[in-house]
Design a binder for this molecule. Structure first.
Ligand SMILES: CC(C)(COP(=O)(O)OP(=O)(O)OC[C@H]1O[C@@H](n2cnc3c(N)ncnc32)[C@H](O)[C@@H]1OP(=O)(O)O)[C@@H](O)C(=O)NCCC(=O)NCCS
Length: 181
């Protein structure tokens, strides 16, 4: 088992195929809430789909192309946080996240982002991390703002979900801006 302990309650663990049932259970419990934001939710219909996702993400990690980790709180899987595909030429990537609705508002995702930013800048040696959120996703945007990202622009109609297009706001943080935090 590969894990990163953040504090006595919180860990990031590399997801393995054996976690598929637990991950699917949390997606199923949060289906309505998550499908408001993510187009992949309706296509995730059983634990086999989750297992395929985990296997693809493990392949990405093995190819030095980012990492997808499970957020475990008091030893229980409660959500996901990932470093997406890496542009190694520009040393650029982005972070994405979601958490089970009952665990919102505790600072868990902000804390996990901080850990992944240290990993991205210090261990991987990346130069820039972006976080993108739908312009109407105030809770999500609060995270990069809280962590000192700068708003860089709006991407128009880049997200199609529930029969309509949405704009994304892009936040960026440079390695030099993160140092000393
Ligand atoms: C967006 C999402 C990840 C935010 O999760 P969250 O739990 O609200 O975010 P955090 O863990 O950073 O919590 C921040 C809140 O915890 C509070 N908090 C408590 N302790 C804290 C701490 N030590 N550090 C930071 N914030 C803390 C903050 O005051 C803030 O409260 P507020 O939202 O009432 O202002 C979550 O709502 C979610 O999964 N939504 C659905 C999927 C989604 O939108 N994903 C993002 C797509 S871009």
């Amino acid at each position: 088992m590969f894990k990163h302990i953040i504090n006595e309650k919180l860990e990031l663990r590399l997801l393995e195929a054996r976690h598929a049932e637990a991950v699917y259970e949390v997606i199923e419990m949060n289906r309505g809430y998550l499908s408001e934001w993510f187009p992949w939710v309706p296509n995730t219909k059983n634990a086999e789909h989750t297992k395929t996702f985990i296997e693809n993400e493990l392949r990405r990690f093995a190819h030095n192309n980012g990492v997808s980790t499970g957020i475990f709180y008091e030893n229980k899987y409660i959500g996901n946080i990932s470093i997406h595909e890496i542009n190694w030429n520009s040393k650029l990537s982005s972070i994405g996240y979601w958490i089970s609705s009952e665990y919102q508002g505790l600072g868990i995702v902000t804390t996990c982002c901080r850990e992944l930013l240290n990993y991205a800048f210090e261990t991987l040696g990346l130069n820039k991390i972006e976080i993108r959120a739908r312009t109407d996703n105030v809770r999500s945007s609060a995270i990069p703002i809280r962590l000192g990202f700068k708003q860089e622009g709006i991407l128009r109609q880049v997200d199609y979900n529930n029969d309509r297009y949405y704009d994304h706001v892009v936040y960026g943080l440079l390695k030099d801006e993160w140092r000393g935090k």
